[in-house]
Each structure stands twice: as structure tokens, then as C-alpha cells.
Design a binder for this molecule. Structure first.
Ligand code: GTP
Ligand code: MG
Length: 335
């Protein structure tokens, strides 16, 4: 009898697969947008190489991790070996170089936590942030991209969660809510924890890719094409996964003791990381371990007020998924 009731619920929620997939499809950047991004990067490479012939440009963040929606800004990392120059000097120099070409709104933000040059390219209409030697971000971008290649449901789920977070105003680290990067890690972790699992834990598998960046060894199994159809024993649909994701963060996550870890492919305890109390500004009210920089909690930006906002939003979303006959409208209603 229990079984029958559960099946009913599953079938009920499945009527929303079509609208959820339609939202996902509508967010995918069109091919021409990708071409324009490449065009801009080629221009930047040309300008940079005049000043620094051995420097390299890498794309990172959502334009390269496959979780970028249409019309996103692009994130670029300039890899440069100038031991005698500090980052803000390089930033100023870079801004100078770019200013002299016909790029618009070139701004050097030397005092930001991560110093960057911001600019807009009037030809393609694309905005771009350039940082210096942030190679860990380039490597975690590859990890996210490799996870996305394993099962199509990850990209679908993450697009929907990011779209929800942006619509509801809970994707703003300067207001104490979570970054897109944190939400994608939450999605990966959620799919690792399904039974049967939809995603493996690549960092627990045989190492096929290994680099050391800032003294951190980043190693994992990156030959994901060899995994075949890893998640095929689990036939949960996108509507079920969206529901389950919100349900987990609304009612099941142990905020007091648990850290989610994509690196371990499981929940680990705050105690073992010594994240049980506030240190400086890090309050550890929701704990999301960075897969490589494991001392880094992506939830560190969350404070006493914003944790409440976040949890209320998770509960609101879980309730809409459970009771609203038309969740795809209500879920994304602007805050
Ligand atoms: P959107 O721009 O919202 O589409 O997403 P994004 O994937 O570009 O994410 P975001 O702008 O939040 O971050 C850009 C990249 O910076 C991430 O993909 C990571 O590679 C890297 N990153 C590393 N550590 C952090 C961190 O603590 N916070 C954020 N926000 N990004 C980090
Ligand atoms: Mg970005």
C-alpha cells in the first residue's frame, strides 16, 4: 500500500518534467553566443601577448564549466609569470593595455578580494572579468565540466537551481547568500548521494589527471567517457530531482553538524574539519567544502540573517514542489 502511494506521488510530479526541461532548454546559450565568446577571447589573447608573449589566457567559471546560461558574463584568467610584480600592478598594466584598444568600461578593481579587470566588448556585447593566476579556479572549472559529461541530469538540475536562485535573489555572495559555484557543488553532491548513485565521486577513483596548484594537489579520474552510462540504474526524472533537492535542503540536511563534500562523495562532520565555531568572519552555518581547497567553506559568506533567508527559500521551494499544481511558475517568481 505504501509502495502504491509513493508511486502515485512520483507519477504526479512527473507531469512537470516537460515544463522543467523546456525551461532548461530555453536557458542554454545558443551556438552564436559561444562563437562570440571565442572571438572576444581571441582579441584579448592578441592584446595580452603583445605585452606578455609567454602569458596564457584560460576561460573559467560558467562560460567553461558547462553550467553557463545564455547571456552570462565570461570569466578569464591571465596566467603570467612575473615574479617581480604584484597582482595589482599587473591589473593596472592590463587595464592600460585593454583601454587603448576599443574596449569599453575598462575598470581595474585592485582592492577586491580577487583583484580583476572588468570590461565590455562593444562588438560582441559581452562583459568579462579578468583575474590573474587564479589557476585553482581553472582546475575546478574542469572538474565541474567533467562531472557534467557523466549524466545529463546534472546540467538540467543545476540550470534549474541556478535559475531559481537568481530569480529568488539568493545567488548574491555580497548579501550573504551562495555563489553559483556553491549551488553547482550542492547539485553534484546531491546526485552523488542518490541511491543508486547518479554521479560517482571522481576524486575517490583512480587518478588520471593531476596538477599541483598553489601547493594543492588536484587529482581525480577525468576519463569520464569510460564510465559509460553511469547513472542508468537510477531512473529518477528531473522533476523528482528538483523536488528531492529542495526537500533535502529544507528538511533533511543537518545544518548543525554536517559538511557536504564533493571530494569525499558523502557528508562529513564539521567536527573533523574544525568548523564547529565561528572563526573571524567564517561562521560555517551551512558548510560546502571546496573540492580542492578543502580548508575553504563556500558557505562562509552566509551569516545569521542570510541563513534564515536561505532556509526559508528552500522550504518555500519544497512546498511549491509538493503542493502547487503549477510549480514551474511559482518557483521562479521574482522575490
Ligand atoms: P554565473 O556567473 O553565475 O553563471 O556562475 P559561475 O559558474 O561563473 O560562478 P561564479 O561567478 O560564482 O564563480 C566563478 C568561478 O570562480 C567558479 O566557477 C569557480 O571556478 C571559481 N571559484 C573558486 N572559489 C570560489 C569562491 O569561493 N566563490 C566563487 N564565487 N567562485 C569561486
Ligand atoms: Mg561567472
Amino acid at each position: 500500500r505504501m509502495y502504491k502511494r509513493q508511486m502515485m506521488c512520483r507519477r504526479d510530479i512527473d507531469v512537470h518534467n516537460v515544463p522543467f526541461l523546456a525551461i532548461y532548454e530555453s536557458l542554454i546559450p545558443p551556438e552564436e553566443e559561444k562563437l562570440k565568446q571565442k572571438q572576444l577571447v581571441a582579441l584579448l589573447e592578441k592584446l595580452v601577448s603583445k605585452e606578455w608573449p609567454t602569458a596564457k589566457l584560460f576561460l573559467y567559471g560558467s562560460c567553461a564549466n558547462s553550467f553557463g546560461v545564455s547571456k552570462s558574463d565570461i570569466d578569464v584568467c591571465l596566467a603570467i609569470e612575473e615574479a617581480d610584480m604584484d597582482k595589482s600592478k599587473i591589473i593596472m598594466k592590463l587595464a592600460d593595455i585593454l583601454q587603448s584598444d576599443n574596449l569599453q568600461n575598462v575598470q581595474a578593481l585592485t582592492r577586491a578580494r580577487v583583484p580583476i579587470v572588468k570590461l565590455m566588448d562593444p562588438v560582441t556585447g559581452i562583459s568579462c572579468d579578468i583575474c590573474i593566476n587564479n589557476l585553482l579556479a581553472v582546475v575546478n572549472t574542469k572538474l565541474l565540466r567533467d562531472y557534467a559529461r557523466i549524466d545529463a541530469r546534472l546540467r538540467q538540475l543545476a540550470f534549474i537551481i541556478k535559475h531559481w536562485a537568481k530569480s529568488r535573489g539568493v545567488n548574491e555572495t555580497y548579501h550573504g547568500t551562495l555563489s553559483s559555484y556553491a549551488y553547482v557543488l550542492m547539485c553534484i553532491h546531491y546526485l552523488q548521494m542518490r541511491r543508486p548513485a547518479i554521479l560517482p565521486c571522481l576524486q575517490e577513483m583512480e587518478t588520471t589527471y593531476s596538477v599541483t596548484v598553489d601547493d594543492i594537489n588536484c587529482a581525480y579520474f577525468d576519463q569520464v567517457e569510460k564510465l559509460g552510462d553511469f547513472g542508468h540504474h537510477n531512473n529518477e526524472t528531473i522533476a523528482q530531482l528538483v523536488w528531492g533537492f529542495f526537500y533535502y535542503w529544507a528538511y533533511c540536511h543537518d545544518y548543525a553538524n554536517a559538511v557536504i563534500s564533493v571530494r569525499a562523495g558523502s557528508i562529513i562532520s564539521k567536527r573533523e574539519k574544525d568548523w564547529t565555531r565561528r572563526i573571524g568572519n567564517d561562521r560555517h552555518l551551512i558548510c560546502i567544502e571546496d573540492p580542492f581547497e578543502t580548508s575553504h567553506d563556500l558557505g562562509r559568506v552566509v551569516d545569521k540573517h542570510s541563513i534564515k533567508v536561505l532556509r526559508e527559500e528552500f522550504e518555500r521551494a519544497a512546498e511549491i514542489m509538493q503542493f502547487d499544481p503549477n510549480p514551474c511558475i511559482k518557483l521562479f517568481e521574482p522575490h
